[in-house]
Design a binder for this molecule. Structure first.
Ligand code: 5GP
Length: 183
């Protein structure tokens, strides 16, 4: 599982990692509106709140969380199918979702991608230009709290100073998942 604050560059790192390590990327359901360039079924399944509640209450989600005013959840079946087939599965989910998954899958590896500084994160969120200012402020507050949770509960904290270095660090962890050498 890869978690990290909004704007830390998770998608970029995950996409770069996908070229060097085979895994199934779990596509989440969300009530958030698509950002420009996002495609249904690739980044997310975009659903309305009624549909999300139906999935959640029908037991179709492995975990779910509310984040910055929207719901996000991991469809259960595809993940279980891939694990049963022996594949590695990657979840890009926020910290409490990751904690929930770890409770059911104790062998799951929890990686937290962190920015070099909070200022770098703020700058990235602003320059991305797709997040309203009040949402940026909210996401920065969440980011500080997430880092505290991650320091306590995650297996590894990986600094995303450059995509290449972050990917290398993750590849090293995947080869020796039970060491905490990178922390
Ligand atoms: P964004 O709106 O920027 O795409 O994602 C916001 C946050 O929701 C990110 O931290 C992302 O990792 C998290 N997220 C995405 N999908 C899921 C999910 O299925 N479950 C949980 N718990 N968090 C998710």
């Amino acid at each position: 599982m890869v978690s990290g604050p909004s704007g830390v560059g998770k998608s970029t790192v995950v996409n770069a990692l996908a070229e060097r390590y085979p895994f199934y990327f779990s596509v989440s359901a969300t009530t958030r509106r698509p950002r420009p360039g996002e495609t249904e079924g690739i980044e997310y399944y975009f659903v309305d709140t009624d549909e999300f509640v139906r999935l959640r209450d029908g037991g179709e989600l492995l975990e779910w969380a509310e984040y910055s005013g929207n719901f996000y959840g991991t469809p259960r079946e595809p993940v279980l199918d891939r694990i049963a087939a022996g594949d590695d599965v990657l979840l890009d989910i926020e910290v409490m979702g990751a904690v929930q998954v770890k409770a059911s899958f104790p062998d799951a590896l929890m990686l937290f991608l962190t920015p070099p500084t909070i200022e770098a994160l703020e700058e990235r969120l602003r320059s991305r230009g797709d997040t309203p200012p009040e949402d940026i402020a909210r996401r920065l507050v969440i980011a500080r709290w997430q880092l505290e949770v991650a320091e306590e509960r995650f297996d590894h904290i990986v600094v995303n100073d450059s995509v290449e270095d972050a990917v290398k660090r993750i590849l090293r962890i995947l080869k020796a998942p039970h060491t905490k050498a990178d922390r």
